[in-house]
Design a protein. Structure first.
Length: 308
């Protein structure tokens, strides 16, 4: 175990030293690969807090479809936070900052997919109906059961989920058609807000990307403000407006989420705390209980028990 821990730290150190300019450019997106040319989507079964305690603020270049199946929580889409509950359907645009939290439990199915699923981008329907959403010049609302087109939207969303689970060429063809119908019903149901200027949040994205890579290090507000060339006071104000929390709180939430992953992967609690940027174990335990609702030991025991 000691040799494994040393090897792991050495690997991170070497990887950081060898980072190239291209790799640094890749900071400006979520690291997980959601799609490829051959299979332009991914499916995930998401359960909070069973699989992870929350989804920290992040972004990616693909679309994201979430169908809430149980519970309720808060979904942050850009600068706006909205309550989501069982039955709600959340369609998230590319490059939109988003996060999901809950004080109880929230289960949902997720499909993350490329804009290519909507077509090649040359025809007028794409340019008028899809492209503005990709650019953030129009925005989507959550589809609730009270919406006039909810039945059709739910049928489309369920079919997309089913196709993503099947993961075959035949299902891909059906999924493309259903995604187009889904977007049409969002328009028909009045769930698309009109023209607007895209929110300028490049600095916040850069700061979030920086924290997602360097969370194990000693990061200060001065470091983050320096990364985006803003004064500390203006950076803190802008980050809170966009994220709904301070940068220091966000960093702690990110570290706790990473620690949960390490604990479930077999790391010791103290090792997970140190690897995720905590230098004081009592502070780690306090932050963990406050954000997850139980101790690290209880979290491990609960998830191990559910797997067996």
């Amino acid at each position: 175990m000691i040799l494994l821990r040393i090897s792991k730290r050495r690997f991170h150190h070497i990887a950081e030293q060898e980072k190239t300019g291209q790799q640094k450019a890749d900071m400006e997106k979520e690291k997980r690969v959601h799609s490829s040319i051959l299979i332009p989507y991914s499916y995930y079964s998401s359960r909070i807090p069973d699989y992870f305690p929350f989804v920290p603020l992040h972004w990616h270049r693909e679309w994201e479809l979430n169908v809430i199946t149980e519970g309720r929580g808060a979904v942050r889409l850009g600068e706006k936070e909205t309550e989501a509950k069982a039955g709600d359907i959340v369609l998230i645009q590319p490059e939109l900052l988003h996060a999901i939290t809950t004080d109880d439990r929230l289960f949902y199915d997720t499909v993350v997919f490329s804009s290519d699923m909507f077509g090649n981008g040359e025809d007028r329907s794409y340019r008028k109906m899809v492209h503005p959403l990709c650019l953030g010049r129009a925005c989507l609302q959550i589809a609730e059961e009270k919406n006039v087109c909810y039945k059709e939207i739910r049928e489309c969303a369920d079919t997309v989920i089913r196709c993503a689970r099947e993961n075959s060429a035949e299902a891909d063809l059906l999924m493309k058609g259903e995604l187009l119908r889904l977007l049409w019903f969002f328009y028909e149901g009045g769930l698309v807000s009109g023209n607007r200027e895209p929110v300028q949040n490049g600095e916040i994205k850069t700061a979030i990307d920086y924290m997602s890579i360097h969370y194990a290090e000693n990061i200060t507000i001065a470091d983050l403000a320096g990364q985006v060339n803003l004064s500390q006071s203006y950076f803190m104000q802008k980050f809170r407006e966009m994220a709904g929390m301070g940068a220091a709180e966000y960093l702690n939430r990110l570290r706790i989420q990473k620690a949960c992953e390490e604990i479930l992967s077999g790391s010791s609690i103290s090792g997970a705390a140190f690897d995720c940027g905590f230098r004081n174990l009592s502070n780690f335990n306090r932050q963990f209980r406050m954000m997850v609702g139980c101790t690290p030991r209880e979290y491990r025991g609960r998830n191990v028990a559910e797997e067996t």
